[in-house]
Design a binder for this molecule. Structure first.
Ligand SMILES: [Zn+2]
Length: 203
């Protein structure tokens, strides 16, 4: 099964203006060529996020969150990349058939949830100030921002992720998922993280 084809992604992006997409979630104020809103990815009180219609990207000047219409929907709605493509395809009335992996009906719903939370955390790390060195390295390896976004590449730091997660999830789960050691310390610290995903798409 192929990944979502580039042509579907292109179609979805061409038919969803980023200003309209973000504007459907958050109030936007126009200043010159760009639009601004309160950033939903950090505790923001002044509009720190700019949205460019010309470039079809958003960028937060405080937390460094950046991306396009698809990755905004993914991160805002906390869904997978495929689900975000599906949401935007439907919004634009496009007739693409994206077969989503149904995570709702599995007995591993919580495991998926944990992986999604950790993936988001790692991605935010990579986009943060602490991720500068890793980003530089990835750039040298010719991994563009789009590729990093598409494959949910992130960065683990030594911030005690599993200890925090253990307030909400069972310790055994975190260990079985290969994220934590017996003492709840993180198995992965200061590493670039590649999320493994199974994506099935039909067109
Ligand atoms: Zn932000």
């Amino acid at each position: 099964m192929p990944l979502i084809s580039d042509s579907i992604i292109k179609q979805v992006r061409e038919n969803n203006d980023i200003v309209d997409v973000i504007g459907s979630y958050l109030p936007l104020v126009q200043k010159g060529k760009n639009y601004f809103c309160v950033c939903p990815f950090h505790d923001d009180h002044t509009p720190s996020m700019s949205v460019s219609r010309e470039k079809q990207i958003f960028r937060c000047f405080v937390c460094g969150a950046t991306g396009n219409a698809i990755t905004f929907v993914r991160d805002y709605e906390k869904v997978s990349f495929q689900e975000a493509v599906d949401i935007l395809a439907k919004k634009a009335g496009l007739n693409v058939n994206i077969q989503l992996k149904r995570e709702d009906n599995t007995p591993y719903k919580e495991e998926y949830e944990i992986f999604n939370v950790v993936t988001m955390l790692y991605k935010n790390n990579l986009n943060s100030q602490k991720g500068a060195k890793a980003r530089e390295y990835l750039e040298k390896r010719n991994l563009t921002k789009e590729v990093l976004d598409y494959f949910d590449i992130g960065l683990s730091l030594s911030t005690g992720v599993c200890k925090n997660l253990s307030t909400k999830y069972e310790k055994e789960k975190l260990i079985n998922l290969g994220l934590a050691r017996e003492d709840l310390s993180d198995l992965f610290t200061n590493r670039i993280m590649f999320t493994i995903k199974i994506i099935m798409v039909t067109q």
